[in-house]
Structure formats: C-alpha cells, structure tokens
Write a protein that binds this ligand. Structure first.
Ligand SMILES: *Cc1c(COP(=O)(O)O)cnc(C)c1O
Length: 374
C-alpha cells in the first residue's frame, strides 16, 4: 500500500467539475489582476474568519512582510518570533528592515513559549509574531498580555492554521493582524502562490491595499514606495470554491489525527501531539486543524527509511532550525541558543496528512511506525 505525504490530485478530482468552469470564466473575462474575484474572495474569507478586512497578496511571506510594514516596523526595530518556525516568518522580518529576535518553543505545543517571550522584550521591540505551527493556535492570551502591557503589535503567522480556533476567535483574528498563505499544500491552498492579510483595523487594511499595488490608490499616482504583491484572479476564483470546503476538510484532518493518536498511543517511544484544552476530541471549535501531524520518535532518520521502504512518504518540519541556517548566521545565535527547538529537530516526524486519507492507510502507517521502532 502506497501512502503519499499529501495527495492534491485526489482533491482536484473531487473539485474539477466545479473548478474548471470557474477558471475558464476568469480567463474568458480577462479578470487576471485585482479583479472582482479577488474582492469577492476577500469578503468571503473575512466573513469566514469573523474579521472586518481581508486583503489578498502574492504569498504568505509577503503577507507577513507587508503586515509588518503596515504596523510601522522598520530599521532599528526588533521583531520577536519563535525559533521553531518555517524560515519565511524570519525572512519577512528581515524584508521589513527590522532585526529578528528569536525565542524557544514550549516543549508541549511546539509554539512560542510565552515565559521566554517576556524575557526577550526590549525597548526596541516593535512587534511579536506568534506562529500557529502545525495548525494549533499558540498561547495567545499570554502573548497578548505581554504585548499589550508594552504597546507592542501582535502579527499572527496563521499560514498553517486556516480555520483553527482560540477562545472563540479564529486564528489570524486574535492579534492586531493575521497572515495567511495559500501555498497549494496548506489547509486552504491555491493553484499557485497566494496569501492574505486579515485585520479589524481599517487603516491597516488600507495601507496593505496600497503596499501590494505599487503604493497607488489611483493608477499612476504613487503615494509612497510600494511593492507588486497581488493575489491574482485565477487564484482567487480557485480559493472561493475551496473555502466552502475548508471546515469539512479540517474536520476530516482532525478525525485522521484522532485515529493516529489512538493507534500510536499504544506504541511505546512515540510522542503524539499534545493538544491544548480547546482542541479536545469532538470540540465544535478545534484549536488544532492539523496542517501537519507531527510525532517524535527515537532514531527518526532510520524510521523514515523504514517507512519509505513500506511505501510511506513522510516529512520533517523542520530539519534545521532557522538560527542554525547559514542564511541567518548574522543573527549571532549558535548551537545551544534554543535547546528545545534543536533537540526536537532531530526527533520530529510528520506523518501523511490530508482530508482524503483512508482508515486503511492510517492503520498501515501506524503498524509500520510500530514495526520500525521494534
Ligand atoms: C507556508 C508558511 C509561510 C510562507 O508562506 P508562502 O506562501 O510559502 O510564502 C510562512 N510561515 C509559515 C509558518 C508557513 O508554514
């Protein structure tokens, strides 16, 4: 039995009859850039999240970059984020001209450790970027409390958490600004790159609209230096069709995660995901939407090889922490700077996860993980 890590082809087959005419309509109407499809998707995505404004941009990285600029972040400022994230979070801080300051993750959640965050705040801290990693909301209460006391902006990296909840709010609508990626493999994915910035602040939404379009409100009237970072019409049309399925796809992911956890719970030496209280089984408003199902195992690389020989594709998110990448040598961190992130980088293993996975596939993966660890 083959189990791919993700299978976007299955999803495409189930949507094809609805998607292709929609794409054709965009092409026939030449509605390629900032068309009504984009405006309609923005309205629907904002409504889905319960936010006042959503602004489509070219990628999740751009969403973070432009959000920081709209929040007034620039050279001389520090922006705190978590060492345990995808590099794009930190690249966006650098793109905004600010200095990235990293803190370690909490050993249970893999997300920003609020205790360590407090110690990293200085008089230069202008923004904090919590990342809802793997699809589970970070500890936003503690993070907001630390930020509010000092007048620091909170920009959520919700690129892995479309639809996740935290105390009655959707991820991305809890802080000042939320950033989403529609990279094809995300819980809500386009057929190319895409992203969105979400906020309740009309001024910030307006600033993002200008920043993404050369700093112009009117054609050829440039108020300041902007960027070319727009969500395109074809992607918006695809996302409108897919948004209607997001909650049911997320429910399927959560069910698969529960099946994994139940079966792997019997295998010694496997650490399954630890859920925050509101993620519990059957919750109406789950705080984990399992973009990734990540376990920790001893001898991880050997386990990967054995699973591969059983036809099971897995991933590592992420094998080299940001602060140990040559790209960010200049930050001055070393091995030992973030011990939890570093230890976990050698143990984490992402199992296949997508809505269309079958019970048989999950059982096969769990049997093979158990055998690999014997
Ligand atoms: C995917 C991702 C991004 C970047 O999104 P792109 O659309 O690929 O630019 C940023 N942060 C996290 C946590 C992500 O998973």
């Amino acid at each position: 039995m083959k189990v791919p890590f993700v299978d976007l082809g299955l999803q495409y087959q189930s949507l094809k009859s609805e998607l292709l005419p929609t794409i054709e309509d965009v092409c026939a109407g030449s509605r390629f850039i900032l068309s009504r499809d984009v405006a309609e998707f923005e309205k629907e995505f904002a409504a889905y999240l319960g936010a006042n404004h959503a602004v489509g941009v070219a990628s999740g990285t751009d969403a973070l970059h432009l959000a920081l600029r709209a929040a007034g972040v620039g050279p001389g400022d520090e922006v705190i984020t978590v060492a345990n994230t995808f590099i794009a979070t930190v690249l966006a801080i650098w793109q905004a001209g600010a200095r990235p300051v990293l803190v370690d993750c909490h050993p249970d959640s893999y997300n920003m450790d609020p205790g360590k965050l407090k110690r990293a705040i200085t008089s230069r801290t202008r923004a904090i970027i919590p990342v809802h990693l793997f699809g589970q909301a970070a500890d936003m209460d503690a993070i907001l409390q630390a930020a509010k006391a000092k007048g620091i902006k909170v920009v959520e990296d919700a690129c892995q958490a479309h639809g996740a909840w935290h105390n009655g709010k959707r991820a991305g609508t809890i802080g000042d600004i939320g950033c989403f990626s529609f990279y094809p493999g995300k819980n809500l994915g386009a057929y190319g790159d895409g992203g969105a910035v979400v906020t309740n602040d009309a001024g910030i939404a307006d600033k993002i609209r200008l920043l993404r379009d050369y700093g112009q409100r009117e054609k050829y009237r440039h108020l300041f230096k902007g960027f070319n970072s727009r969500l395109d019409g074809v992607q918006a049309a695809v996302l409108r069709v897919k948004l209607r399925r997001l909650d049911s796809w997320n429910r399927a992911r959560i069910e698969h995660a529960e099946a994994y956890t139940k079966q792997l719970g019997r295998v010694s030496r496997v650490q399954t995901p630890v859920l925050s209280v509101s993620s519990r089984c059957g919750s109406e408003k789950p705080s984990h939407v399992f973009h990734l199902y990540v376990i920790r195992v001893p001898g991880r690389d050997e386990v990967i090889r054995k699973l591969a020989s059983d036809g099971i594709q897995t991933g590592i998110h992420y094998p080299v922490p940001v602060h140990l990448q040559p790209a960010f040598e200049d930050l001055g961190y070393t091995r030992g700077s973030f011990p939890v992130t570093e230890e976990y980088a050698g143990q984490i293993l992402s199992l296949p996860m997508y809505a269309e996975l079958t019970e048989e596939q999950i059982r096969h993966v769990c049997d093979c993980v158990a055998r690999a660890l014997e």
